[in-house]
Every structure is written in structure tokens, then in C-alpha cells.
Design a protein around this ligand. Structure first.
Ligand code: SIN
Ligand code: FE2
Length: 231
């Protein structure tokens, strides 16, 4: 096995989780259970701890109706607030967000290759923002589309910590038809193509399901890498 000597934590080989392997949930929407090893999860969870130290802290975004989201978010590359991207977090403390890390770009490309198997599409994938969400046991996320990006490039999602129920729907309505997928620590989910603008949300977190050794004893981290299409 060779990882080119540059990134031992993210080798190209699949982890040997027995249930690993892509599953198509809808056209262009692929779930890969157990994609990240526990070691990788732990390493990313440690980075999350660093990101929350600022310059922009973890915060609950306030929706236009005035209600804060139950999920708390820290962003990399570009700062997201409902419903736009800026470099500075005007709705928090005005600071510029941390850069989008190089290792995450490489990981995003590996994720895309894992999901779609197209090396050219994977090599061209250039995510420039990550929304990093933290869910406590009571947090949820209502059905929504990710449509603040000017690009139609896929969204790559990674989960660490407690499992959750991820409701993945259709592009027309917030309601049925949808599929409820249990996303567990280490899972990858990619949605692009015909599913890029599908409604999706988190109906519940399943407290106490975080695996030992994932680096997050309680709660759930979700990272979505996206291409803003902005410069
Ligand atoms: C999101 O929809 O942006 C986050 C999804 C998740 O937490 O898995
Ligand atoms: Fe989303």
C-alpha cells in the first residue's frame, strides 16, 4: 500500500468496514457507510475543536423569521448565513473565516471519486467552502435545498459522532417522496447531478450512538463541502 508519502491519514484505499460501499439513494445521491476510519474521524474531530476557537466562533445562525437554528455552525473558506456567502462573518463578529484547508480539498476529491467513480470529475472538483455543523442531542434541521451556491457541483457530506436520521427527498417539494437514511459516524454522503437541489433535512439525532474512538463522545459533527462559484 502506498499513499504517495504525503497524506497517511487519507489513503486512497477504502477502510475495511464490512458494510462499506456506495449505495444510490436517488439518482446522483450516494451514501457510503463507514468511509472514514476511526483514526480519520478522530483527527477531523480534533480539527473541529481548533476551528471553533475562532476567529469566528461556533454560532447558531438566525433565520429571517428571527429564530436561531438549533444547529450551530462554523464555516471555512466562505462564511454562510441565511442565505448568502461572504468572506467575513458580518452576522457574528465581522472576522474573516479560516481558509478552506488543502487536506479537505484532497479529501473532497477522494469522496467524489468514491461516490461516482469518475476520475476526471473528481480531479476537477474544487470545493471552496465547508459548513461545519454541530448537533446536540436535540438539534434538527428542517427540509431545505442547498441553493446559495452559484455552482451546480455536488455537495460532499461527512458525519462524525452520534448517528442521525437524514431525510433525503426530491427536488420539487419538502414532502414525500423521500428516503430516511441513518447517517453514522464516518459516513460519506454525496449529492449532485439530478439530486443536487433535492430537499433534505435532519429529523433527529440518536444520542448515545457515537462510537468509541471517533473523537466526539456526544453530539454530531457534519461537514458539507461545497463549491460557491464565487471569487
Ligand atoms: C445540511 O443539510 O447542510 C447538513 C446535513 C447534515 O447535517 O447531514
Ligand atoms: Fe443542506
Amino acid at each position: 500500500m502506498s499513499s504517495g508519502g504525503t497524506e497517511p491519514l487519507f489513503p486512497l484505499e477504502l477502510p475495511d468496514a464490512s458494510d462499506a460501499g456506495p449505495r444510490e439513494i436517488a439518482p446522483g445521491a450516494i451514501h457510503v457507510p463507514g468511509w472514514l476510519s476511526l483514526e480519520q474521524q478522530r483527527w477531523i474531530a480534533a480539527r473541529f475543536g481548533e476551528w471553533t476557537r475562532g476567529p469566528v466562533p461556533l454560532r447558531a445562525a438566525v433565520l429571517p423569521g428571527g429564530h436561531p437554528m438549533s444547529v450551530r455552525t462554523v464555516c471555512l473558506g466562505w462564511h454562510w448565513q441565511p442565505y448568502r456567502y461572504t468572506r467575513e462573518a458580518f452576522d457574528v463578529n465581522g472576522e474573516r473565516v479560516l481558509d478552506f484547508p488543502e487536506w479537505m480539498l484532497r479529501l473532497g476529491r477522494k469522496a467524489l471519486f468514491e461516490a461516482y467513480g469518475d476520475p476526471v470529475e473528481a480531479a476537477d472538483f474544487a470545493p471552496d467552502t465547508a459548513l461545519v455543523n454541530f448537533y446536540d442531542g436535540a438539534a434538527k434541521m428542517g427540509m431545505h435545498q442547498d441553493k446559495d451556491e452559484k455552482s451546480r457541483a455536488p455537495v460532499v457530506s461527512l458525519s462524525i459522532g452520534d448517528s442521525c436520521i437524514f431525510r433525503f427527498g426530491n427536488t420539487h417539494t419538502r414532502t414525500k417522496p423521500y428516503t430516511d437514511v441513518e447517517l453514522s459516524s464516518g459516513d460519506l454522503f454525496v449529492f449532485g447531478g439530478a439530486s443536487r437541489f433535492a430537499y433534505h433535512g435532519i429529523t433527529k439525532v440518536l444520542p448515545g450512538t457515537s462510537p468509541k474512538g471517533c473523537g466526539l463522545p456526544g453530539g454530531r459533527i457534519n461537514i458539507t463541502m461545497r463549491v460557491t462559484g464565487m471569487s
